[in-house]
Write a protein that binds this ligand. Sequence first.
Ligand SMILES: Cc1cc2nc3c(=O)[nH]c(=O)nc-3n(C[C@H](O)[C@H](O)[C@H](O)COP(=O)(O)OP(=O)(O)OC[C@H]3O[C@@H](n4cnc5c(N)ncnc54)[C@H](O)[C@@H]3O)c2cc1C
Ligand code: FES
Length: 310
Amino acid sequence: MEETTRVNAPSSSCFADEAAYTCAKVVFNRQIADRSFRIRLECPAIAAAAVPGQFAMLRLPDRHDPLLARPLAFYDTFIGAEDDRPSGPPAARRYADFVYLAHGKFTSALRHAKAGDDVVLWGPLGNGFAAVPPADHLVLVAGGIGQTALLALGRERLGGAAYGPTAAPRAGRATLCWGARTAAMFGDADDFRAAGIEVRLATLDGTAGRPGTVIDLLEDLAADGGIPHPPGRTHVACCGPDGMMAAIAAWTDRRGISCHASLEAPMACGIGICFTCVARIRDEESGAWDYRRTCIEGPVFATTRIAWED
Ligand SMILES: Cc1cc2nc3c(=O)[nH]c(=O)nc-3n(C[C@H](O)[C@H](O)[C@H](O)COP(=O)(O)OP(=O)(O)OC[C@H]3O[C@@H](n4cnc5c(N)ncnc54)[C@H](O)[C@@H]3O)c2cc1C
Ligand code: FES
């Protein structure tokens, strides 16, 4: 039986106001690529409310190392415990999937969670990709494990799934440009293909897709006529290492293409209390930057607002 309580939120206008806190059962936890795992949790109150680009804070009960929860993006939400696609009403969703790279203390421990184990989580948190405008072509750009934040966005914008109470703007076409160090790091790319999203891969070592980076993939896309004119008809949404997203921001800026990035700043609370997660964000009118909490004002920002670290 799921016990759900409301998280005490720090301000009246932040996304944490509606977050729920729960202890969820693991349905499965399986490896999908090199050090990458996909875990399904039964968490109805959270799964029903999550929209693309939002995240939850997860921790393992009975473990004090790490003491603090870690943020993971919602990969997708499901109605049943099997792989039924979420075409039904959001309120019917009971399950949420997260995809994670096992590299640090929490994710290395999470990989050993088995069906029936408990995971504590609170969410959904953050603004998600709600501000991504309608587009003829929605280009999703992922680096490493960054694809996790982008599947639900692509499904929603192509009309394959509805999340949340309001209808999202539509995209005529969606392409995922996904870069990684080597082929073994790509997991479940077929989820994107099944959603009608064209998948283009690049690897630094040339073992899959195009040798090179996501910038090479974007150049290829432009050369193939994949950036409709005027450029305002294309929109880019990206998630990955900061250096990659800064390069994408510069690439889109040069071409007058709008772009949103989901920042992966370290987070300790996820609800605006601790200020661990700040990033340098520009004021839309003055252009001056200040430190903003990415857990409650982000994690998604228009790239023109992000003052990237040198
Ligand atoms: C909004 C948001 C959404 C996120 N969504 C996801 C997601 O869906 N899936 C996911 O896997 N992560 C996601 N992250 C990142 C994840 O929360 C962090 O990587 C987190 O620190 C992992 O916790 P950990 O305890 O395993 O690692 P930590 O113990 O916190 O980190 C251990 C060390 O590993 C280092 N490190 C970081 N990345 C790597 C790497 N790729 N290889 C080797 N070393 C590394 C760090 O510098 C750190 O020193 C997200 C972050 C944010 C803010
Ligand atoms: S993670 Fe605590 S304020 Fe953002």
